[in-house]
Design a protein around this ligand. Structure first.
Ligand code: ADP
Ligand code: DP6
Length: 324
């Protein structure tokens, strides 16, 4: 038996990934830029065991759903092909935050799996290779291989080795992300299905892709210069444009709940009062308020008392993949 354990963290995109240039190889059509977040942690153990007659995946203490197992199996198949190993594997993973709820469990989950599976198979692969493998499983996971500020470029069909790359470490800028949780449980539609609908169904999809390059460039520049006043409106525009595309699918994917709207207005009112804070949202109802560390207590208190906000949690820039 060969076994290895890995820890990875979720990340929050400031410049959003939404849409693929190739479904089969899971290549993003747009560049994205993120912060890797502590303490949104996933811990995964992979054991290749000659005694198993099929791969098994236990997620948060329960046997995973068939579709969830299939995505894990696809990554394990890549590792088997790279290592020459033929054994099946048992994968046990725990997310220390809600799964499939819009808090990027897919990102930390597939980054941790890429690391643990590679190590368990006896491979000694560079982080770029692990990032590309995590990206093929879930593109946002490519970014969680590194800590701090991370970029995932857009890819063209054929860019099989496309990986994310680190831009600055977790200590680059002492930011906080105050997550306002506005609904319980799993989200109604996953990001993969929703972005596929956007590509084929939204009249604004091509405009979204066209503006994404300048958006990611400007967000990167503001992040590198630690220029919050410049960063804030750019970050909000990126997520609002992404959601505009999702909402104008033929099936209109509306992730927002009343508490999401209330929290967004609260964040913007705080900023109008001079608090360095801006908002972003992923494919889910929660609002993530990004602010400088000194403002975090104030922002958290304001969001805690906002109607429709069930609870808050505070995250900060964290490290990348850890192998044990
Ligand atoms: P989220 O907002 O949590 O990323 P998604 O719907 O995008 O929600 O992704 C959730 C999916 O990611 C799960 O249904 C499962 O397929 C996968 N996933 C989540 N956590 C893990 C994990 N720890 N290991 C492997 N896959 C995971
Ligand atoms: C809204 O990485 O979950 O969080 O590549 O299909 O697995 P797949 O999609 P996924 O999408 C994340 C979308 C997002 C924005 C972002 O993280 O950049």
């Amino acid at each position: 038996m060969r076994t290895a354990r890995a820890i990875a963290r979720a990340n929050i995109a400031l410049a959003k990934y939404w849409g693929k240039s190739d479904d089969a190889t899971n290549l993003p059509a747009v560049p994205s830029v993120s912060l890797t977040l502590d303490p949104l942690v996933t811990e995964t153990t992979v054991t290749f065991d000659p005694g198993l007659d099929a791969d098994a995946f236990v997620l948060d203490g329960e046997p995973a759903r068939e579709g969830e197992l299939a995505r894990v199996r696809a990554l394990l198949d890549e590792v088997r092909a790279a290592s020459g190993l033929t054994d099946h594997a048992r994968v046990e993973s725990a997310n220390q935050f809600p799964t499939a709820a819009g808090l990027a469990s897919s990102a930390s989950g597939f980054a941790a799996l890429a690391g643990a599976a590679s190590r368990a198979a006896g491979l000694d692969e560079p982080l770029e290779v692990l990032s590309a493998r995590a990206r093929r499983a879930s593109a946002s996971a490519a970014r969680s291989i590194w800590g701090g500020v991370v970029e995932l470029p857009a890819g063209e069909p054929g860019d099989d080795a496309l990986s994310a790359r680190p831009l600055a470490g977790p200590d680059h800028w002492d930011l906080r992300v105050v997550v306002a949780v506005t609904a319980a449980g799993r989200k109604p539609i996953g990001s993969r299905a929703a972005m596929r609908q956007s590509r084929t169904g939204s009249p604004y999809y091509d405009a979204w892709v066209a503006q994404s390059f300048e958006s990611a460039r400007a967000i990167t520049e503001a992040l590198m210069e630690r220029d919050f006043d410049r960063l804030a409106p750019l970050v909000e525009r990126s997520f609002l444009a992404m959601h505009a595309v999702a909402m104008t699918n033929e099936e209109a994917v509306i992730y927002w709940q009343p508490g999401s709207v209330a929290a967004l207005h609260r964040v913007r009112a705080l900023r109008a009062d001079g608090v360095p804070v801006c908002a972003t949202m992923d494919a889910g109802p929660h609002v993530k308020a990004i602010c400088v560390a000194d403002a975090a207590d104030h922002v958290q208190a304001a969001l805690e008392e906002t109607e429709g906000v069930l609870r808050t949690l505070v995250a900060r820039p964290g490290p990348g993949l850890e192998l044990a």
